[in-house]
Design a protein around this ligand. Structure first.
Ligand SMILES: [Zn+2]
Length: 376
């Protein structure tokens, strides 16, 4: 039996808002149990994944209905998104959600709406790349743009944020290199021209992004506010060879030691890299997150074992990375608590730790570390 962690609350330090219009049927629901956007995957394949079968069983138990797709979806429709979200937060024992508002903003609840729905604290994480893109579209030149960017990041806590987040992994990869201002200005010109012409931008200039993300890390150090990095798995957009968190070596230098650097998504499949980095650098934290949903049928316990085995418990944070559908928070919490509980039980059985120590470590991972690191 895994050590029972259900009474320990969760501060979910990286998740997203909920869709106003929830998926109504199994096909719509399956789209949310995969990160791929190719429609034939949800149509033909997701229903044959372990994650799907487990989700239906787990949700049958959660909703008090048969563990069958039709029964689960009927129960979801009957409850509606607001009640589902409330039940998930209460029964999942969530204390706080730190929301990355970087995507889906037209179709999801605003944070104020969310505060009216769920009985937990809601705080905001600002995503850097959409901010950069908006400021480039609005800018008249590099100097003005850079001034506006630095201004936007100059006092993040007063602006209501608890952290920054970068998805540079998706755009140009984690191998950030030092770029000087003159080189960044040269890279800015064609990006700016295209942005002005099109009225929008998806930034993918490596010198420019490297320069701007390092500037954000400098702000993180100055304000001692965390900066989260997407690392490891994601949607098919990313190049899996460029998302090993070890590639962020430039940021682990002494110049940025005051910046709390949070490596997201368990770095999967580079979980060992991530755990190692958290074990080496005092300002680097490892997220036990996202894998609960997408690796739930496979390596989840192994990921938890790697993280707990290599990084001190004080350096591991917990998230679901759930988004859009309330039950994903429930699934993430259930699978995450279970995997941690299994790993702790193994170590208790092996005589490495006693139960009291295991529970203290679980509390650190599930909520205490995040309260400290984000200053909640
Ligand atoms: Zn996320």
């Amino acid at each position: 039996m895994p050590l029972d962690l259900s009474t320990i609350p969760i501060v979910d330090h990286h998740c997203h808002s909920l869709l106003r219009q929830q998926p109504q049927d199994d096909h719509g629901f399956r789209n949310h149990l995969t990160e791929t956007y190719f429609p034939e995957m949800a149509r033909d394949h997701v229903q044959h994944s372990l994650v799907y079968h487990w989700a239906i069983r787990e949700l049958g138990a959660f909703l008090g209905c048969d563990p069958e797709p039709d029964a689960v979806h009927a129960a979801r429709r009957e409850r509606g998104v607001e009640r589902l979200a409330r039940d998930v937060v209460e029964r999942g024992n969530f204390r706080t959600w730190l929301i990355d508002t970087g995507y889906g903003t037209d179709t999801t609840f605003s944070l104020d709406e969310l505060r009216g729905i769920v009985p937990c604290e809601i705080r905001e994480i600002v995503r850097l790349e959409p901010l950069i893109e908006r400021l480039i579209v609005e800018a008249h030149g590099f100097d003005g743009f850079l001034e506006a960017y630095r201004e936007a990041l100059s006092d993040l806590r007063s602006a209501g944020y608890v952290a920054m987040k970068s998805v540079i992994a998706y755009r140009t990869g984690l191998h950030i290199e030092p770029v000087d201002r003159a080189t960044a200005a040269v890279a800015f010109a064609p990006v700016h021209d295209a942005a002005r012409r099109d009225g929008r931008l998806r930034i993918a200039s490596k010198p420019l992004l490297d320069f701007l993300i390092v500037a954000a890390v400098e702000e993180a150090a100055r304000q001692e506010i965390p900066i989260q990095f997407h690392t490891g798995l994601g949607d098919p957009d990313l190049d899996l060879t460029k998302v090993d968190p070890a590639a962020l070596r430039l940021l682990f230098s002494d110049a940025y030691r005051a910046a709390p650097i949070v490596l997201l998504h368990s770095g999967y499949p580079y979980a060992r890299s991530m755990a190692y980095l958290a074990a080496m650098y005092p300002n680097v934290y490892a997220d036990f997150g996202e894998v609960q949903l997408f690796v739930a049928g496979g390596d989840l316990r192994a990921v938890a074992r790697e993280l707990v085995g290599l990084a001190p418990a004080s350096k591991i944070l917990f998230s679901t990375d759930a988004s859009l559908v309330p039950e994903l928070y429930w699934l993430g919490a259930q699978a995450g608590r279970r995997a941690l509980g299994q790993v702790f039980e193994e170590h208790i059985a092996d005589g490495l730790i006693d139960e009291r120590t295991a529970l203290e470590m679980a509390e650190m991972i599930l909520w205490r570390n995040s309260e400290r690191v984000y200053g909640l």
